[in-house]
Write a protein that binds this ligand. Structure first.
Ligand code: SF4
Length: 252
């Protein structure tokens, strides 16, 4: 559960571990242990809901559901889709479709099914770099599923009014945080129904990547605003307990 303005978002896992092996992600270092079932995914939500009711009283509510925990959600497509159906159903938890976001590293087999099978929820793409060599290092499946093809399938997803695609950009010191990186990202996304989340890197044991300074992060945001792309700097939460973005790992 992530507290925000007196309410909470819930960050769900779709797998135990992950097969995508993104170099900036602690989950990726453990490999894929197994897929979660639909009931295990929905169960995370129900457990959090129950905990809130018992510990925070009636006025505290879950605001959003984000699939940004362990796992690549589109690599466990059927279970994630069924979980979304239950979240959306009036006979289920009756959450609005605009309150659910599925985040993907660009897993193309799942993106190809999205348009016809995923029921109007939001999509977030882990972009992290507009340059192929850098994205290859950060997200190895980029070598197989090229960014251009990934973006073409995303561009094809019908969006309702006020809906947009979120592009997540992890900022790593002296790697992808320069003005050149920002301008290339702006060129890539300008004119799209895009929203960018800038995420300063959260270090974990064994990584060589570092977090950039606040000044560099703010400069990056300012450059993107020149391209008229709404950009938010994501506040880090949970890094004190290794639970922030990219820090989740499992213990047996
Ligand atoms: S960032 Fe997401 S897709 Fe990449 S290894 Fe971590 S959990 Fe998997």
């Amino acid at each position: 559960l992530i507290p925000f303005n007196n309410k909470y978002s819930i960050c769900l896992s779709s797998q135990v571990g992950c097969a995508m092996k993104c170099s900036f992600c602690f989950t990726g270092t453990q490999g894929l242990k197994r897929n979660l079932s639909t009931s295990e995914i929905v169960g995370q939500f129900l457990l959090a809901w129950k905990w809130l009711a018992e510990n925070r009283g009636e006025e505290k509510r879950i605001l959003n559901i984000v699939f940004m925990g362990q796992g690549e959600p589109l690599h466990n497509f059927d279970a994630v889709k069924s979980a979304c159906d239950i979240f959306l159903s009036k006979n289920g938890t009756s959450v609005g479709n605009q309150k659910i976001t599925i985040s993907t590293s660009g897993y193309l087999p799942g993106l190809k099914r999205w348009k016809d099978e995923i029921p109007g929820v939001n999509l977030a793409l882990s972009l992290h770099s507009p340059f192929a060599e850098k994205r290859n290092e950060l997200i190895p499946i980029n070598k197989k599923f090229k960014l251009e093809e990934v973006l073409s399938y995303i561009d094809d997803i019908p969006l309702s009014k006020k809906q947009f695609i979120t592009y997540e950009y992890l900022l790593i010191k002296d790697f992808n945080d320069s003005e050149v990186d920002a301008r290339k990202t702006g060129e890539l996304l300008k004119g799209k129904e895009a929203y960018i989340n800038l995420i300063p890197f959260n270090p974990f044991p064994g990584t060589e990547y570092q977090r950039p300074t606040d000044l560099v992060v703010n400069n990056f945001k300012d450059i993107l605003s020149e391209y008229k792309i709404p950009t938010l700097i994501r506040m880090t939460k949970g890094d004190d307990v290794l639970a922030a973005c990219g820090q989740l790992n499992s213990k047996d």
